[in-house]
Design a protein around this ligand. Structure first.
Ligand SMILES: Cc1cc2nc3c(=O)[nH]c(=O)nc-3n(C[C@H](O)[C@H](O)[C@H](O)COP(=O)(O)OP(=O)(O)OC[C@H]3O[C@@H](n4cnc5c(N)ncnc54)[C@H](O)[C@@H]3O)c2cc1C
Length: 444
């Protein structure tokens, strides 16, 4: 039986620590679970679900605590915390790794890299597999390795009625379908993911160009054009942020090349380099790097415990991206905030697997307002809403992993996939035991 901290009997400080433990966003909602259960094993999860059923409480789940909207915090539910249940086990023959949902991307990458294997883990090392994979999982090199959830070959789960079962391409296929992009609408508690890994790339090289605001259009339009034609082994992102000793925002263009042929990698980056516009503040060309190092860079860029307001869209393929995103990239309200554009090609040019995840386009855009004082909440929230009001006019939809369903309505699934998800949730969780998408009535 897991340790359970009950609100009515626990010391208030101990309860508050348990309630807020491992929440990434420093904006912590005033939602108070009836109890927090700390699972250390699969059996603990089964026992916690049965306790909730017996006492007629809903169940919410926290794997890594990185949902920006703190979905795991639900009033009067039993919050099942999976952070102490960390297990990984690679089958060297099949390349399938079995991992518990509390395992973080950083932990999985460290485990696999010593065994010559790789997986498209999330860009920040502390994001856990639970929320990341259920949401779809836009990991490192997603454009070439695919959405992370496309590498799920099976899941083990506890149903809303407390039964431990498996779902894969042959068993409980509707749950297997929902686990790949259903996010919090998934009507059960995943206890283990079975993931197909792949050989670790021999080479990862990066080129980075930083441009000042006055070269915004030249630089952004250059890289968008490159993204539509460059070799598929390269992942391209553009980050808008403030740099030390530069007053205005800068544009950082990052190309990461993954592969096994060093000469080919350098050749691809060289071709890009030859066309880069003049005016960069700095340029680094074809430097050797590793996923471990890139995860470390992201860790620094997204500080834990700060206050975050976040939104995202997949933009229409024909949008004038640089012009549309100019206010987002050039008027960030705090010096820690970030704007991010990521090319989704060539993944976006290939049909999606049949799964709940059903929205993608060539352009992913996300906006992260980051600050420290509660007194600035309203102003920063209003800035983000104002910018997104314009941007969303060109949206094909949004990625649920970085959405707050209560803050803005967005198209998160195709209409058929949405209907199917609602049906699966009703079938497997008729008594609404598992807390779902906070803010989406039919899927909550
Ligand atoms: C700094 C940062 C960087 C990020 N980078 C990326 C990125 O590169 N790519 C990307 O795709 N996303 C990224 N995200 C978004 C992230 O994937 C989602 O917020 C995801 O939900 C976080 O997963 P978690 O388990 O850490 O969060 P949690 O808040 O613990 O979980 C979120 C929800 O997922 C569901 N859930 C989790 N585990 C289970 C389970 N075992 N069974 C059933 N339901 C479960 C529950 O509804 C839970 O409330 C990032 C987020 C942050 C804060």
């Amino acid at each position: 039986m897991p340790l359970i901290v009950w609100r009515e009997s626990a010391d208030p400080d101990a309860y508050e620590t348990a309630r807020t433990s491992r929440l990434f966003n420093g904006v912590i909602p005033r939602r108070y679970p009836v109890a927090i259960a700390f699972a250390k094993s699969e059996q603990d999860i089964v026992d916690a679900v049965k306790t909730a059923i017996q006492k007629n409480h809903r169940i919410s789940i926290r794997a890594g605590g990185h949902s920006y909207a703190a979905w795991s915090l639900r009033s009067d539910a039993l919050l099942l915390d999976l952070g102490q249940y960390v297990e990984m086990d690679l089958d060297e023959n099949s390349g399938i790794v079995r991992a518990s949902p509390g395992v973080t991307g950083g932990q999985l990458n460290a485990y696999l890299s010593t065994r010559g294997r790789a997986f498209p883990v999330g860009h920040c090392p502390d994001v856990a597999l639970g929320g990341f994979l259920l949401g779809g999982g836009m990991g490192w090199n997603t454009n070439n390795w695919g959405w992370a959830c496309e590498s799920i070959v099976a899941i083990d789960l506890v149903t809303a009625s407390g039964e431990l079962i498996k779902a894969d391409a042959h068993n409980n296929t509707d749950l297997f379908w929902a686990a790949r992009g259903g996010g919090p609408a998934f009507p059960g508690v995943v206890t283990r993911f079975h993931l197909q890994t792949q050989p670790a790339p021999e080479v990862i090289r990066s080129s980075v160009y930083v441009y000042p605001a006055e070269h915004y259009s030249d630089a952004f339009n250059w890289i968008i054009k490159i993204a539509s034609s460059v070799d598929q082994l390269v992942e391209i992102t553009v980050v808008g942020s403030y740099k030390e000793e530069v007053q205005d925002t800068c544009l950082t263009i990052i190309l990461l090349a993954f592969g096994d042929d060093e000469d080919a990698m350098v050749g691809i980056l060289q071709k890009v380099d030859q066309s880069h516009p003049a005016g960069s503040l700095s340029r680094s060309f074809s430097e050797e790097t590793s996923l471990h190092r890139e995860l470390g860079n992201k860790y620094k860029a997204y500080p834990i415990g700060h206050r975050y307001k976040v939104d995202n869209v997949f933009l229409n393929n024909d949008a004038d991206v640089a012009e549309l995103l100019r206010p987002a990239f050039t008027t960030l309200p705090t010096r820690k905030s970030l704007a991010l554009w990521s090319s989704m090609r060539p993944r976006s040019t290939r049909a999606l697997t049949d799964m709940a995840l059903s929205i993608q386009s060539d352009h992913y855009f996300a906006l992260y307002v980051i600050w420290e004082n509660e007194a600035d909440d309203l102003e920063n929230g209003a800035w983000l809403a104002g910018v997104m009001n314009e941007v969303k006019r060109q949206a094909a939809g949004a990625y649920l992993g970085e959405q707050d369903f209560q803050a803005r309505e967005a198209r998160l699934w195709g209409s058929q996939q949405y209907e199917r998800l609602v049906g699966i949730k009703r079938k497997w969780d008729p008594s609404h035991r598992i807390c779902g998408c906070l803010g989406l009535e039919e899927l909550d």
